[in-house]
Design a binder for this molecule. Sequence first.
Ligand SMILES: *Cc1c(COP(=O)(O)O)cnc(C)c1O
Length: 376
Amino acid sequence: MSKLGNRPLVPLNIRDLSPYVAGKTIAEVKEEYDPPEISKLASNENRLGCSSHVQPQVVKAMQEIQDYPDPASGQLREVLADENNIDPENIIVGAGSESLIANLCRTFFLNNEEAVTADATFVGFFVQGNIRGISIKKIPVTDDYRYDLNAMADAISERTKMVYIANPNNPTGTYITRSEFEQFMRKVPSDVLVVMDEAYFEFAQDVSDYPHSLRYDFDNVITLRTFSKAYGLAGFRVGYGIASKKIITEMMKTKLTFEPTVAAQAAALAALGDPAFLKKTKDVVNEGKKRLYKFFEEHGVSYVSSISNSVMMVLPTEQAAIDFTQKMLEQGVILRRINAFGLPNCVRITIGRKKEMRHFERSFKNLIEAQELPSI
Ligand SMILES: *Cc1c(COP(=O)(O)O)cnc(C)c1O
């Protein structure tokens, strides 16, 4: 080689990405502030842990840990197919639904094709889209933090390959209703893929006008679900997608071959066998939400009603959101600012057990008493 070149190291779409900033871990908060109690209410995880069925099955799976996992997650797909009344060929399993979002972004877009979604939604879709260089039309949410489906339908052009909808949405907790979904689908051309990310399905499924996307027969709809939230297996990384065989066939070609791991597949299977744990989780979340709404109403806090396992507080300014999150953190309550999701003045609170919600309330009241919440 005669001379070092000066080509850029990476394309601009990669250079301009920001690395993911996760919520603080319990260990970090302990190290930094050493509060008497720590409640991690930042990442919509299950504060009850996971089903007791999981651990023995994961230990058992260790006997096979030297072997590659089943790349098709055959056993897990069988059980999921049974549960949902579909064929295993309609299902793909990946290392979390984020992996499936990445798969969707790398599989279906031709050059110059674009995606449509809301401006305040799951940051993972923005990131995976940007990595693939997909231009994403972000349609502003309504004043009550809901998807503006009419505007989204209007934004669909000849170049639109995909619409991404998280239902219920993260971080807002709001949802699109059955009639909104049906009306929207009538407007969407059949060659536009509609991703219904149902990461919080288990919390939402009993809401009367919540549309179960699987109950419809649209060939262009892809439903995403995960074991990370209600099932409490975020650390294992298991999610699945459900769609027409035509779509799943293509995604199976582009998936990372050996995900999820042997242990993760075993964990997911075990979790599916414990509906009682799921029921308990839902009860705790519903109770916690009611309690939090009441608390917010008593203290004049503006919040958005949610059908998922988190509730969003609306503060007057970004600075107020920064200060509030920091002062709660110093008392051991880890919350999530959602500036990266497009809402800089909002804070998301994951619903935990009663103990954690009390800790939240107590810490909040401390701030009021110290007059450190003047602007809420
Ligand atoms: C948490 C979340 C995910 C990511 O789930 P994983 O399965 O852990 O990758 C996907 N979509 C939404 C809307 C989420 O909130």
